[in-house]
Design a protein around this ligand. Structure first.
Ligand code: BES
Ligand code: MN
Ligand code: ZN
Length: 505
């Protein structure tokens, strides 16, 4: 979708559909909506009364202009209460603009720079949030549709034009729209990777996607280690998980090196289980259907690197993923097995479905030993328990470092993504005891997400580290806001960018 901003007057602007706005409870519109109302001899004010338009967020009032305005149709979009209007409201507003255009069957739509008028938000900030909402809402994944899909019925919005009469505002908005477009592209990459059927997203496919990010001439490099190389490094834990699959594991190591001297070195680690059947501790059929999402953390890491390509941050960033498929077979690792991770710790496998932490044990060990970063953030669809605790919308945050935890909470807030911190309660660490090895891989049912976090903590040594359990928000089953359509959400990409930007500001 093409997103642009134009310097001009709304009453002179010709288009198929013009989307204006109104705060809740306003009977006599001001600003841009007021100007159009005036040009239409108060038609909007009349309709607000007649149609009992309340201005709730997402509510619409649409009408034809029959030649009284160069815009053929006008929709007034409710913004909700002015006092609760914030940056994240604008993402939703952007999403509604795209949704309304689809409903009104137009392929191009014009609108205003919502938020920059009566709400007096900074034009760059408003444009970014609005742009993110529009672009994220226009995302579609049509890769797997075939002959059976009627593409004639398919509605798409090709272009959104923002019309703004103030030249200075136009200029300021430009930067915001650029940023929105970069972040949306990065998020779309993550969504694509998650949405792709697991048949087309084997460990090697994920590795190839990472390789593709490191084209010659850009600041990103990508190294892939195969099973033999992983073996030589002593990654007995991750390799055990991979044993059940005929598709061999890959270790992906992306790195971004800034042109200027790096102020910090940060590693981002993602869980990359391309399909999680549970292994011999097989999942029930219903729980297995969605398990292509189990490489969501890895997909977020790749999305981040898509953004890093253009952000020019003065930080050395490393992205580490161990990609494996967790399958049952005659060669699969078993409950009762003891495996040894790269850092020398041994793990008694009690449940082959707690495979995420077993692969991350090696990914984190590798990161600590080979990368030696100042900070590690990992993202993983690690536990079903985090969905029980926090629901579908929140990622669970756990950290061994207060400063890092705080900066991630702040970053997520800015990015409009939801995270909630859970305690790494040391008294639960005991649940990991094993009679035959250094630890077991399950820890029992209660506080499942925290115990998984405590398990990971054992593999980061003293490095400041934070863990985001994204099992809930990685995928959207039921749409609750227009900028997050059904499917992979790309949750985490924008939080990570915000966190990295803040780390050097
Ligand atoms: N990939 C799953 C976690 C998951 C569940 C993600 C639902 C998204 C939606 C993970 O590998 C897993 O199976 N965890 C087990 C751990 C248990 C065996 C200790 C779980 O949560 O049940
Ligand atoms: Mn599992
Ligand atoms: Zn898993």
């Amino acid at each position: 979708m093409q997103l642009s901003i134009e310097h001009g007057e709304l009453r002179e602007h010709a288009c198929d559909l013009l989307i204006l706005n109104l705060f809740k409870g306003v009977m006599k519109p001001g600003g841009a909506t007021g100007a159009v109302d005036e040009a239409l001899d108060g038609l909007i004010s009349k309709l607000i009364k007649q149609e009992r338009f309340e201005g709730n967020l997402g509510e619409t009032l649409c009408f034809h202009t029959y030649g009284y305005l160069p815009a053929k149709k006008v929709c007034v979009l409710g913004l909700g209460e002015q006092k609760s209007f914030k940056k994240d409201t604008l993402r939703k507003v952007g999403g509604y603009v795209v949704k309304i255009a689809k409903e009104q069957k137009v392929t191009s739509v014009s609108t205003v720079l919502h938020g920059a008028g009566i709400a007096r938000m900074d034009a760059t900030v408003a444009a970014q949030a609005l742009g993110e909402g529009m672009l994220l809402a226009s995302y579609e994944f049509r890769e797997h549709f075939g002959k059976g899909t009627n593409s004639k019925k398919h509605r798409r919005v090709d272009a959104v034009t923002i019309v703004e009469m103030d030249g200075k505002t136009v200029k300021a908005a430009h930067a915001g729209l650029e940023k929105a477009s970069l972040l949306s592209e990065a998020t779309a990459l993550t969504r694509d990777l998650v949405n792709t059927s697991p048949r087309q997203m084997k460990p090697d496919d994920l590795a190839q996607s990472a390789k593709a990010l490191a084209k010659r001439g850009n600041p990103i490099a990508c190294k892939i280690l195969d099973a033999q190389a992983m073996e030589r490094m002593g990654m007995g834990a991750a390799l055990a998980v991979a044993e059940g699959s005929v598709h061999p594991p890959k270790l992906i190591h992306l790195s971004y090196t800034p042109k200027k001297k790096a102020k910090k070195k940060i590693a981002v680690v993602g869980k990359g289980v391309t399909f999680d059947s549970g292994g011999l501790s097989l999942k029930p059929a219903d729980a297995m259907t969605q398990m292509k999402i189990d490489m969501g953390g890895a997909a977020t890491v790749l999305g981040l690197f898509r953004a890093l390509e253009e952000l020019e941050l003065p930080i050395e960033v490393h992205g580490i993923v161990i990609a494996v498929e967790n399958m049952p077979s005659g060669g699969a690792y078993r409950p009762g097995d003891v495996v040894r991770a790269m850092n020398g710790m041994t793990i008694e496998i009690l449940n082959t479905d707690a495979e995420g932490r077993v692969t991350l044990a090696d990914a984190l060990s590798y990161t600590v030993k080979k990368v030696k970063p100042d900070e590690i953030v990992d993202l993983a669809t690690l536990t079903g328990a985090v969905i029980i605790a926090l629901g579908d919308d929140y990622a669970g945050l756990m950290s061994n470092n207060r400063t890092l935890a705080k900066s991630l909470v702040t970053a997520a807030k800015e990015a409009g993504e939801l995270v909630w911190e859970l305690p790494l309660a040391p008294q639960y660490d005991e649940a990991m005891k094993s009679k035959v090895a250094d630890m077991n891989n399950t820890g029992g049912r209660s506080a499942g997400s925290i115990k998984a976090g405590l398990f990971l903590q054992r593999f980061v040594d003293k490095t400041p580290w934070a863990h985001l359990d994204i099992a809930g928000p990685v995928f959207c089953e039921k749409e609750t806001r227009p900028d997050i359509p059904y499917g992979g959400t790309g949750m985490g990409v924008r939080t990570l960018v915000q966190y990295l930007e803040h780390a050097v500001s």
